[in-house]
Write a protein that binds this ligand. Structure first.
Ligand code: SAH
Ligand code: SF4
Ligand code: F3S
Length: 437
């Protein structure tokens, strides 16, 4: 039997794409193995969002270069594949398959070509209208499932490779999404995460014509589903109806990830984000007005070309104003093909590093204070794991906070996948701790 090994880099979209690729390969008669050494076919599903991410795949390929002669086949999928295309064959001549995510529907036929001995196979079309729908998805987690609702990105943020690597926006038909949600509920999944680079611009291609808020409300009504999350939201397309939907149904998790990138309107304009600081804060105000106490998280880039000390201070003041529950922050990384390459005012690496540290230190303090307010409360968590070293279970609240807790009488009996109540006794900047009640 043919064997394969797959390693995945990058975002949740990539993680879920890999689940679909794995399902597709198994349906073609392949068996998954845990080490590249044991595999006939080695696949890397790659990320290109920052330079460091891109370098990872080339160092992996370098590592196994000599194996190629011994009948091992190498495939590069995902965002670096789409970005670099046939140049990958030059940089790593032992690679046989290069395929971007917009061409995954063609994977079965490409695998056949490889098996027939084709030396080089590519799937690099970006203008496809197809979505990667497959009945063969092999999910990693038995309780929480991803569902892709929209692929590609039609925005043009000046720093970002995604519009070049994932093709044009394609929304998936609502009946197909609903069918998958119902099937997952039947199979015992209780949490669903709807995925897209910009879920807010979801537009049902079928005659029902649902928008994203409508889709959210419908998915939350599926019998057996206890939590519905979604990611990512572009602020420009984030409408009040989404908050209304969250208010109306507690199954919709009270957590919204709303990437801001910068607190300075001047920088936002240079980034081509299509909103001002004030417009962003208006959306935050809708969320803060919700009776459900919605957790808010964000992404921030420091050191975008032309970002001055004053601009950066506006990002710091935004943190004070919004009081985010968590942030993901990055140093600006110049990327191929992107409009930001043409901007002047590059910020030195050292200064980027300093700004990142200042930002993260500030956020640490905010998170610690927010978490301390939760000491003494009881939180409902979905149990995700067990930490042998500390003897604690690991759970996650609807707001996406991690809670480590002890459980009397569990006697090593697994409670993973269950929903439990935890009394919070301690708070740290990144997690809470307590005991099951
Ligand atoms: N579609 C999502 C973003 C996906 S990329 C959205 O619009 O929110 C995830 C994050 O990576 C972005 O929000 C941004 O903060 C960061 N990022 C993207 N390109 C980057 C670059 N060139 N350098 C540094 N960080 C970047
Ligand atoms: Fe990149 Fe902007 Fe599209 Fe997000 S919305 S994927 S940051 S171009
Ligand atoms: Fe990376 Fe592509 Fe996702 S660049 S972040 S894997 S969309």
């Amino acid at each position: 039997m043919k064997t394969f090994y797959i390693e995945t880099f990058g975002c949740q979209m990539n993680v879920h794409d890999s689940e679909k690729v794995v399902g597709t390969l198994i349906a073609q008669g392949y068996r998954q193995v845990p080490k590249p050494e044991e595999a006939d076919l080695v696949l890397y599903n790659t990320c290109s969002i920052r330079d460091k991410a891109e370098q990872k795949v080339f160092s992996r390929l370098q590592q196994f270069k000599r194996e190629a002669g011994k009948g091992k086949t190498f495939a590069v999928l995902g965002c670096v594949a789409q970005q670099e295309g046939e140049r990958i064959f030059e940089r790593a001549p032992h690679v046989s398959l290069v395929c971007g995510s917009a061409s995954y529907t063609r994977l079965p036929e490409m695998l056949v070509q490889l098996e027939a001995g084709a030396r080089r196979v590519t799937g690099l079309d970006r203008d496809t209208q197809e979505t990667f729908e497959t009945p063969f998805t092999r999910r990693d987690n038995p309780h929480r499932a991803y569902i892709t609702i929209i692929e590609g990105c039609d925005k043009s943020c000046a720093y970002c490779v995604v519009p070049f690597t994932r093709g044009r926006e394609r929304s998936r038909a609502s009946d197909s999404i609903m069918e998958e949600a119902r099937r997952l509920a039947d199979e015992g999944y209780t949490e669903i995460q709807l995925l897209g680079q910009n879920v807010n611009s979801y537009r049902d291609p079928s005659s029902r014509g649902w928008d994203f808020a409508t889709l959210l409300a419908r998915v939350a009504e599926v019998e057996g589903i206890r939590r519905v999350r979604f990611t990512t939201s572009h602020p420009r397309d984030f409408v009040k109806e989404i908050v209304d939907a969250i208010d109306a149904n507690p199954v919709l998790a009270n957590h919204v990830h709303l990437p801001v990138q910068s607190g300075s309107t001047r920088v936002l304009e240079r980034m081509q984000r299509q909103y001002t600081r004030e417009e962003y804060l208006e959306r935050i105000a809708w969320l803060k007005a919700s009776p459900r106490n919605v957790a808010i998280t964000t992404d921030i880039i420091v050191g975008f070309p032309g970002e001055t000390e004053e601009d950066f201070e506006q990002t710091l003041s935004l943190l004070d104003e919004v009081q985010y529950d968590a942030i993901f922050s990055f140093k600006y990384s110049p990327r191929p093909n992107t409009p930001a390459l043409a901007l002047d005012g590059q910020v030195p690496e050292e200064e980027k590093g300093r700004r990142l540290m200042v930002l993260q230190e500030k956020q640490r303090g905010i998170q610690l204070r927010l978490h301390e307010q939760l000491v003494g409360t009881t939180q409902e968590v979905l149990v995700e794991g067990y930490n042998r070293a500390t003897g604690q279970w690991i759970g996650r609240t609807a707001e996406n906070r991690v809670v480590n807790f002890t459980l009397e009488g569990s006697n090593g009996h697994s409670v993973i996948g269950q929903y439990m109540h935890v009394h919070v006794t301690r708070a740290g900047p990144n997690s809470l701790a307590g005991y099951g009640v």
